[in-house]
Write a protein that binds this ligand. Structure first.
Ligand code: NAG
Ligand code: NAG
Length: 234
């Protein structure tokens, strides 16, 4: 079990010093700005992640992932396999343009981060798709001094991070990051199933994966991002 922390900030408590610090951290890690949930939606549709991987949804949060190499997921940029070997840090922030200003409803909710490859072994021939690269959960804990700023802490692996490993001559693969919340809003601990296999997320069915797994575990998507990666030999 790996204990990690990822920052979970909201702009709601702008009058609080600590909240502002956390917002600064979140925005310095992110190119995302106002109304960018719509940009996220647009890019997911353009890349056919909607509806191939997940049904269309409007994100409640902005999500960025940064690998220790310094490379970061930025809605369809290309990251070299060698730069994505170690587990990325996930940063989540509330969209400043989102109508709900209350951050407190996220307190104590267990969030789940996943990474899936719908293009295994290739986008043209996705017979191993989807391939599960990562599932981890963390609880949002209210900061004691800023009720609207929360962090996800105690991140726990359900499926450990497996870096992208696209085979030679299989073109660009999409690696899709999705953040989920419990659909019923429960703050109870979640008992998520671990897929029996990374291939097909254990469903045994081609093109099945994170959507089925999330549905079976009562989760709904709240944020997303993605990169492309390919083998150097094409
Ligand atoms: C979150 O959990 C802490 C510790 O269990 C508790 O004190 C707090 O009231 C909870 N917050 C909410 C919003 O449920
Ligand atoms: C909420 O969903 C979780 C996960 O599906 C389930 O375990 C739990 O019983 C549900 N809680 C309520 C109050 O419906």
């Amino acid at each position: 079990m790996w204990i990690r922390t990822f920052l979970f900030a909201t702009l709601a408590a702008a009058t609080n010093g600590q909240a502002i610090d956390q917002v600064v951290i979140a925005s310095s890690n992110s190119h995302l700005r106002d109304s960018d949930v719509y940009k996220v939606q647009h890019e997911l549709k353009k890349a056919e992640i909607f509806p191939t991987v997940i049904d269309k949804f409007l994100p409640s949060f902005l999500l960025t992932a940064e690998w220790p190499s310094g490379k970061r997921a930025d809605l369809g940029n290309t990251v070299k396999v060698e730069d994505a070997q170690d587990e990325p840090t996930i940063t989540v922030s509330r969209d400043p343009s989102a109508s709900s200003s209350a951050g407190s409803e996220s307190a104590n909710v267990t969030y789940t981060i996943t990474i899936t490859d719908p293009d295994a072994p290739s986008r043209d021939n996705p017979e191993w798709s989807e391939f599960c690269h990562f599932i981890a959960t963390g609880v949002a804990i209210s900061s004691s001094t800023a009720s609207d700023a929360v962090k996800l802490s105690g991140l726990r692996d359900v499926m450990p991070y497996k870096p992208p490993g696209p085979p030679p001559k299989t073109g660009k693969h999409r690696y899709v990051f999705l953040l989920f919340a419990p659909a019923n809003g429960t703050t109870d601990p979640l008992h998520l199933t671990k897929p029996e296999d990374r291939k097909h997320w254990g469903t045994g069915e081609e093109r099945h994966g994170v959507r089925d797994w999330a549905r079976d575990n009562g989760l709904e998507p709240v944020a997303a991002n993605f990169i492309y990666a390919q083998n150097e030999e094409q």
